[in-house]
Design a protein around this ligand. Structure first.
Ligand code: DGJ
Length: 746
């Protein structure tokens, strides 16, 4: 059967390459070359673009490794069991471990079909169908090469046509082996905790070592680590030099990513949904689509990896990534649970005066009767009851939306749809709807009563969809939802799933979450979504398929934000990073930073406010008005431009980055002091990677407060060539001084 399929030959015409058992997928600057060898797809090359498949085949190092068989078999999708087939027994486990219906624990894949798939302009899409040599178990691996951003998306579908269930001990989306590429590798990732997310780290991957990151929260998938990484091939790359592989897993549940380097410097990169709590049971006759993994390559350092992924996010992944994000005020730090309609109207007045465009009501507006989320009960009650609290808001959300509209503002509000309080009408009616192992007590987190709803159960999702639908439809001008999630799977189990399928819960929960998000997004495409989960717990590209931005941390201290946003910027574009100007002393760190510093940091991403404007004096309001007006001018470049990280905050007394628009006719440079010594930490000229040497720029400092300027170049017309050669001369005075410069080509 297999040979018959092979005999007809495959027709994969990607990048005009003539392909039978060969596949060359190229983007503007990268190529992935795969060859069907010994029945399965091997990687000949991934990296800089090659001229054609025959070159890749001729130059492929792994063809010349003599007796070292392992180097000759770098799989495009490595599975547990292929070592047996290929006669080597190194410790590579592959990304797929399937125990077949008869108990056979290994899989041996052979190619049966390769085809091009119709796709959008700019996308070259191939689907490689493989089958187990002995079982009717199918694997379809998709590759979708996106020309303009140099990103390749890949995902895998599994289909079980065996007589019984197949148990998936591992089911990674990506499990690619790379033949010898270098003799050194290092792995960059971000790690963190609540209010200190996205701290940048890098570790060498030594010979014989596996480096892994992941999350098993079930919900807050991006707290410990983010599902993204860069792998330097050779010595650790810098922002502007070095060879780097970068990837992101698009998944909002539990996940794992690992890089394994063996004794021969063969590297296997794996990324996928986590199954460490038990094998996923794929029933006979069923299929499963595993999460998407997107990857890219740069030979000019890490900055290019970020720019590629940012462009991919804006152009291909996010629902409206090309749209400019509004300046908003969120009510949380300005009032927490203690608000009246009057307080909220005053906030609207304040943000309107400063030039804001959207008002967002945070937590505390819902729940009724004994479960009203009022100022006394706060976070202990009400989650799951998505009905307005009439005591607090007699005119409801519609009343608030009308008030916002009357002021020329858009309106949005906060919800936490994945969650329930045991103190709620929903829980009273459906105590079996929460995540809980059978015969175990319910475990709770925040407020002593919060836990997670079982979204593997369609009835639960229907109920929440019905409640949200009723709510959304009542507010005709609704334009924004903040989607929060403040708990993990505390007692993992499902009273909905039967005994055999308990371990399917983490995966099925996330599929259920996406089902709910997709339905809401489809019915209300005009309602933007902010992904939030106790700050940065939902910062991932699975959620950003449905959401427009994220709240990356509950730490709103501007100095801390320099680090947090630096970490986020590795993979997430500025338009997605919500950054709010808040009050001082900061509510999390108690640090006091100047208002200018807070603006200078927040304006480097999606600017917003999270304070009560009545606490600002007239001078501060006047400064804020000017900043917002300037932000609106620079917003297209900041939110949609290319990012150049110029000076890292790690190991430095200051940090700087720049955004440049297409063609670099407009650029904005942000410079932030951290904590500096008096004499030792003068700031060297800022080297402006990313501006154009052939252009002439007018340099202008903006956000100037009390007439204090930070560069002698202010107002000057200077050639890009000279600016590149000498850098921008700048000066900072003391802790938390900062500056923003605008460069306009003339
Ligand atoms: C956690 C979020 O991160 C905060 O921004 C805020 O929305 C609170 N939840 C509200 O309970």
């Amino acid at each position: 059967m297999l040979s018959a399929a092979l005999a007809v030959g495959f027709v994969v015409a990607a990048d005009a390459a003539e392909i039978g058992r060969e596949c060359l997928l190229s983007t503007k600057t990268t190529s992935l070359a795969l060859a069907l060898k010994d029945g399965s797809w091997n990687v000949l090359h991934y990296g800089d673009r090659v001229a054609g498949f025959s070159d890749a085949a001729a130059l492929s190092w792994n063809r010349w490794t003599g007796g070292n068989y392992v180097q000759r078999a770098p799989s495009a999708y490595a599975v547990y069991g292929e070592s047996a087939q290929r006669g080597y027994s190194f410790n590579k486990w592959g990304g797929l471990q399937a125990t077949h219906a008869d108990g056979c624990p290994t899989t041996v894949l052979v190619g049966v079909k390769a085809e091009t798939v119709e796709d959008a302009p700019g996308a070259k899409h191939v689907a490689l169908t493989m089958k187990d040599a002995s079982y009717p178990f199918f694997v379809v691996q998709h590759f979708r090469a996106l020309e303009t951003c140099d990103v390749i998306e890949t995902w895998v579908e599994l289909r079980n046509e065996e007589d019984g269930a197949v148990r998936l001990g591992r089911m990674d989306s990506f499990a690619m082996g790379f033949p010898l590429l270098a003799n050194a590798f290092s792995f960059q990732y971000v790690t963190g905790q609540w209010a200190s997310e996205a701290q940048l780290r890098e570790t060498p991957v030594e010979r014989g070592q596996t480096v892994s990151i992941g999350s098993r929260s079930g919900v807050r998938d991006a707290w410990d680590n983010n599902a993204s990484f860069m792998l330097s091939v050779g010595e650790a790359a810098s922002e502007t030099s070095g060879r780097v592989f970068g990837g992101v897993l698009c998944w909002s549940g539990s996940w794992g990513i690992s890089v394994q380097r063996d004794q021969c410097d063969f590297v296997e990169v794996r990324a996928g949904a986590d199954t460490s709590a038990g094998a996923y049971v794929l029933d006979s006759g069923k299929s499963i689509a595993l999460p998407k993994f997107a990857f890219t390559w740069s030979s000019s350092g890490k900055g290019q990896i970020s720019r590629n992924i940012h462009r991919w996010a804006r152009e291909w992944q996010m629902p409206a990534g090309g749209k400019l994000r509004p300046v908003l005020l969120n009510s949380w730090e300005g009032s927490y649970f203690s608000f009246t309609e009057k307080v909220l109207h005053d906030m609207m007045d304040g943000v309107k005066e400063m030039g804001g465009e959207l008002f967002v009501l945070d937590d505390g507006w819902f729940g009724t009767g004994k479960y009203a989320r009022d100022d006394v009960h706060r976070d202990k009650v009400g989650l799951g009851d998505w009905v307005v609290n009439p005591e607090k808001l007699p005119n409801g959300l519609v009343g608030l939306s009308d008030e916002a509209k009357a002021r020329g503002l858009k309106f949005g509000f906060w919800v936490e749809p994945e969650m329930v309080n045991t103190n709620s009408w929903l829980y009273e009616a459906h105590p079996d709807w929460v995540i809980r192992a059978k015969n175990r007590p319910v475990k709770v987190g925040r407020g002593g009563s919060q836990t997670v709803l079982d979204f593997s159960n369609p009835a639960v999702r229907e109920n929440i969809y019905g409640q949200l639908d009723a709510l959304y439809s009542k507010v005709p001008d609704l334009s924004y939802i903040k989607w929060d999630a403040n708990a993990d799977f505390y007692n993992i189990g499902s009273t909905y799933l039967d005994a055999q399928h308990q371990a399917n819960l983490p995966f099925d929960y996330t599929v259920g979450l996406y089902d709910l998000l997709a339905k809401l997004r489809a019915k209300y495409p005009q309602v933007d979504i902010q992904a939030c989960s106790s700050g940065g717990g939902h910062v991932d590209y699975g959620f950003l398929r449905y959401a427009d931005e994220f709240w990356g941390s509950d730490d709103s201290d501007a100095r801390e934000r320099v680090f947090i946003q630096w970490g986020e910027s590795q993979f997430y574009p500025a338009c997605a990073i919500a950054a709010h100007v808040t009050d001082v002393p900061n509510h999390q760190t108690k640090r006091t930073t100047p208002l200018k510093y807070r603006f200078d940091v927040a304006m480097s991403a999606r600017l917003g406010f999270e304070l009560h404007p009545k606490n600002m004096d007239t001078n501060e309001v006047a400064f804020a008005k000017k900043c917002v007006a300037d932000y609106k001018r620079i917003r297209p470049t900041v939110q949609q431009g290319d990012l150049y990280r110029l000076v890292s905050p790690y190991g430095s007394s200051h940090a700087a980055l720049m955004y440049a628009n297409e063609g670099a006719t407009h650029a904005v440079v942000f410079l932030w002091g951290l904590v500096r010594g008096n004499w030792s930490d003068y700031v060297p000229p800022i080297r402006l990677d990313g501006i154009c040497g052939e252009k002439t720029y007018r340099v202008r400092e903006i956000n100037v407060r009390d007439g204090v300027k930070h560069t002698l170049a202010d107002g000057k017309r200077l050639s890009g060539e000279s600016l590149k050669a000498m850098g921008l001369p700048v000066r900072l005075r003391g802790d938390y001084d900062s500056a923003v410069f605008e460069l306009t080509a003339e």
